[in-house]
Design a protein around this ligand. Sequence first.
Ligand code: HEM
Length: 463
Amino acid sequence: MAVKPPKPASRPEGVGVIRRIGLFRRDMFSSQPRRLYRAWMAQVRLPFYRSFLVNQPELVRRVLISEAGNFPKSEVLSDTLRPLLGNSIFATNDAQWRAQRDIINPAFKGCPRQAFSCMREAGEDAIERLSKRADGQPVEMEAVTSFLAADIIFRTLFSIPLPAETAEKVFETFRDYQRTQPLWSIPALLKLPKWVPRFRSKAAGRHANAIRKLLTDMVDARQIEIDNGTAPDDLATSLMTASDPKTGHRFSKVEMVDQVAIFFLAGHETSASALSWAFYLLAMDQGVQEKAATEAQLLSDIPQPSDLSKMRFTKDVFHETLRLYPPVPMYLRDAAETTEFRGCPVPKGSMVIVSPWHLQRHERLWDNPDEFNPYRWHTDNGKARKRDAFIPFSAGPRVCPGAGFGRIEGVLMLAMFLKAFRFETADAVPIPVAHLTVRSAAGIYLCITPRDGPDTMSEQNHG
Ligand code: HEM
């Protein structure tokens, strides 16, 4: 029977502005009306500007690809993320973004292949840690996948494992930062002038400073190694020694910390979110889990890049997870010029939102959109929608440069973990909320047992 995984309740019809702001502050998903899962476009008039959410594939293509220059990243985003990320590539625009991307692109070439051994080693360490807790008692998986994904990107950047106590601090710090700092702050959303105080919570500021301090120390230490000629050949060295091919410009120290911060954040928060939902979906659907676990037995004892071509079904599971729980739930843009959508004028300065969360569950685009069905990717509907309504890594010039990395990491980690463990749901049902990434309101708890050991839970359940 088809499995319907958790989906947050939509905003009830007819609620007033104050209640809407309250819902928005709690969680963006529950502040949205249900009709966004059917509409091609929706418009909201805010006090100083209008906001448009676009779902029609033609409009999404215009915003992200064919007219991307007219839809730069929204200032709301940089206003909200600046304390943590400074002027990093995720939020900049125009010449500043182009220069950053030109430096990053060469450093990224070949990175997923080089990173494979970092992924495998971090995966092996994570499996060893989890083995000690695989006794059938509930384990909180968001912490597990956060440690794992942070360790992978840390090894890829700096060639050393992330120490356990640092990993815990990073997880707690990001979690607290996300809880204290809504995805978009209300003053930023209202586009109030910059001199209006943002009332960022002190805790959010402290957390952002703690993460930046850790990364600044790592960058300082690496600079000394580069100067001494003893630096390892990894992503941090590539980024710190790369220069703009046209101008020869290199990142300054502050820019470097900003870029490392976004790599660390974008490179672990997203993958951790996707993996924790993937394990939950597999625990909900034991038939799919068994099929993927059978495939996982084809992994070599020391997994190799060539093994990935055998993991076809696991790849479908990962895609289906990214469809139902896209780690970055919405992409925010501003209209740089006046234009029109479906005959409706879009004034210059309007906010334009592309929402993979709604697009990838759209009732007019997908068959049974809320069902977890990895088999859909081989149906006509799945194949067609993959082209025009599946954008978990965005599209066009601002597409995620880590997409190849993220896909390899996702499939490899699922296969390695499924080879080692069996996952079952615990009593608590996770409720998705939109923080910086799509997370669960109160963690994702699963009961885990070794796959080669006795099936203790089934024995308990049936015994
Ligand atoms: C499952 C994993 C991942 C997902 C779903 C994901 C998703 C995304 C999305 C949707 C964007 C664009 C957002 C927008 O247009 O507003 C983005 C940008 C970005 N991602 Fe990823 N990402 C993942 C993994 C990674 C990894 C592993 C790295 C680095 C190692 C990375 C680095 C970046 C960077 C630097 C940007 C900014 C690019 C720019 O603005 O030019 N991501 N990511």
